[in-house]
Design a binder for this molecule. Structure first.
Ligand code: PLP
Length: 234
């Protein structure tokens, strides 16, 4: 079972690696400018260990309790950095700060304070990304700050004890990801002008990683293309 799963994950990782390499080549970018974050939500702890054994160094989870339960048993696999990518309630900030290295989904001021306190209590360093809502008609379902509010939120993180890593976004459903990622790239340039160290740009998933690489993504969050279809959808 585990050997078969290992082979399946290895084959899927190789296929995604091929797509990333091709996307970098056609965008005139170096492969090492782009990091793969493997999204393991809904999949068991055993898959994390298999992925770590296959050389994966970044994993993403979107629900605090699920992630904490997986990581409690044996801790984070050696050499792996953990990204929280889901919507976050401020009362969960302390819990996330105990295991996450990067919180990609910061979309309001209240979370910055809560995460700063959580990181201090846990004695850990935390990098935060501002999640941007790229939907022209925001409905709040996928989270993200209004683009107009992003520079102020970035300033606030930069002024906190935590590190401002950059920006994150999910392309809107039923819209051209190219146009959305282009808007994201322009907003990132604006933030970089004030915060030159905020170089991280997390964009692109299984279905649109090529468009994200074309528009400067430094981090791709890929789930389905590596782990398979999730057992259940929310
Ligand atoms: C689940 C999820 C992903 C991965 O999506 P796939 O289409 O399975 O690759 C990426 N980003 C976020 C924020 C997610 O919640």
């Amino acid at each position: 079972m585990s050997a078969a799963r290992r082979d399946e994950l290895a084959a899927n990782l190789a296929a995604v690696e091929g797509r990333i390499t091709a996307a970098c080549t056609s965008a005139g970018r170096a492969r090492d400018e782009v990091q793969l974050v493997v999204v393991t939500k809904f999949f068991p702890r055993g898959d994390l260990d298999l992925l770590a054994g296959l050389g994966v160094t970044e994993i993403g989870e979107n629900r605090e309790q699920e992630a904490a339960a997986k990581l409690a048993d044996g801790g984070t696999p050696a050499g792996v950095r953990t990204h929280f990518i889901g919507q976050l309630q401020s009362k969960k900030a302390n819990a996330v700060a105990r295991w996450a290295d990067v919180v990609q989904s910061v979309d309001r001021s209240k979370l910055v304070n809560a995460l700063a306190r959580g990181a201090e209590l846990a004695g850990r360093d935390l990098t935060l990304l501002v999640q941007v809502d790229l939907d022209p008609e925001p409905d709040g379902r996928r989270g993200g700050a209004d683009p107009a509010d992003v520079p102020a939120l970035a300033d606030e993180i930069a002024g906190s004890p935590l590190r401002l890593g950059g920006l994150m976004a999910v392309a809107p459903l039923d819209a051209d990801p190219d146009a959305a990622f282009e808007r994201l790239a322009r907003l990132h340039e604006r933030v970089l002008a004030d915060h030159p160290d905020a170089t991280m740009l997390s964009a692109g998933m299984s279905g649109d990683l090529e468009q994200a690489v074309r528009h400067g993504a430094t981090h791709l969050r890929v789930g389905t293309a590596i782990l398979g279809t999730r057992p259940s959808h929310r």
